[in-house]
Design a protein around this ligand. Structure first.
Ligand SMILES: CCCCCCCC(=O)SCCNC(=O)CCNC(=O)[C@H](O)C(C)(C)COP(=O)(O)OP(=O)(O)OC[C@H]1O[C@@H](n2cnc3c(N)ncnc32)[C@H](O)[C@@H]1OP(=O)(O)O
Length: 240
């Protein structure tokens, strides 16, 4: 099983570390909308067509204000905004990036619609030295659980996505082995919340991440979580 996962691991890490950089000479566009560099010499310069964590017109004032605060923090290099695409690419044995997962309709669960603002609007910032990540999350109408509030499964999904992003950022490709949530206060549908993740400890392949979901004004605790992520590829060439 591990050998099948390893190529995926290399790609996910490139996503998380933001190594997919713009390549003006990229020429081919695949169905997935991801452009490929033409020659091996140009690799690994690949660019996905859209970073879904860029602001769009659905973002609320609260979301934009927090976004700008964290963008400010990236200016001294301590924090980094991580890009977010709707699929992962695989680096094949010839050193070329390919979209290896037919059918092409497959999409990352949290990035599976083009309708802005309807589901998961989020952006993740990470601080490698402090082993922290912050997700800014605005919930869309299609994530309703109890009337007027976000579905618990959607909260679990976004917590898994943000805490898993931190684990991947510090440890390479991981799988969620366990995710425990305490729902303290419901999240009003459409509101913006802050998802604060801290790597608690790392023991060989195991990364433990603690998470708090708080309101955008930091006055209310919505959810607490602990998670264990297990690395499935320890020889990751892209980790510095
Ligand atoms: C963009 C990035 C964001 C990503 C966020 C989203 C991620 C996901 O949604 S992943 C999908 C959901 N997760 C899954 O489907 C995972 C299914 N489970 C598995 O594949 C495997 O059980 C897996 C990979 C977790 C571990 O299997 P394997 O590699 O064989 O390791 P294994 O030897 O069993 O365990 C390694 C260590 O972790 C521990 N461990 C594994 N599972 C658990 C668990 N549930 N609870 C506690 N400890 C555990 C083991 O005890 C062991 O510890 P030690 O090294 O001290 O003996």
């Amino acid at each position: 099983m591990l050998s099948k996962i390893q190529p995926i691991a290399r790609v996910i890490c490139q996503n998380i570390t933001g190594r997919f950089i713009h390549n003006p000479s990229a020429r081919r566009t695949m169905k997935s909308g991801i452009r490929f560099s033409k020659t091996a010499k140009e690799l690994p310069k690949v660019v996905a067509s859209k970073d879904y964590s860029e602001p769009n017109s659905s973002w609320s004032q609260e979301m934009m204000k927090l976004y700008e605060q964290y963008i400010e923090k990236t200016k001294d290099g301590s924090w980094k905004k991580l890009p977010s695409y709707n699929r992962f690419l695989v680096l094949n044995e010839d050193g070329h990036f390919i979209d290896k997962f037919p059918p092409s309709k497959a999409r990352l669960f949290t990035r599976n619609t083009e309708e802005e603002g309807s589901m998961f609007e989020y952006v993740v910032f990470a601080n490698k030295v402090e082993k922290k990540a912050v997700g800014l999350f605005q919930s869309g109408d299609l994530l309703e659980g109890p009337s007027g509030f976000v579905h618990g499964g959607a909260i679990a999904t976004i917590v898994d996505a943000v805490s898993g992003t931190l684990a991947t950022y510090v440890a390479g490709f991981v799988m969620t082995a366990s995710l425990n949530l305490d729902y303290k206060n419901p999240i009003p549908l459409g509101s913006t919340v802050i998802i604060e993740c801290q790597l608690e400890k790392k023991e060989e392949r195991k990364s433990y991440v603690n998470t708090r979901v708080i309101s955008h004004d930091c006055t209310k605790l919505h959810t607490e979580s602990t998670a264990l992520f297990v690395s499935v590829n320890q020889k990751n060439p892209y980790q510095g």
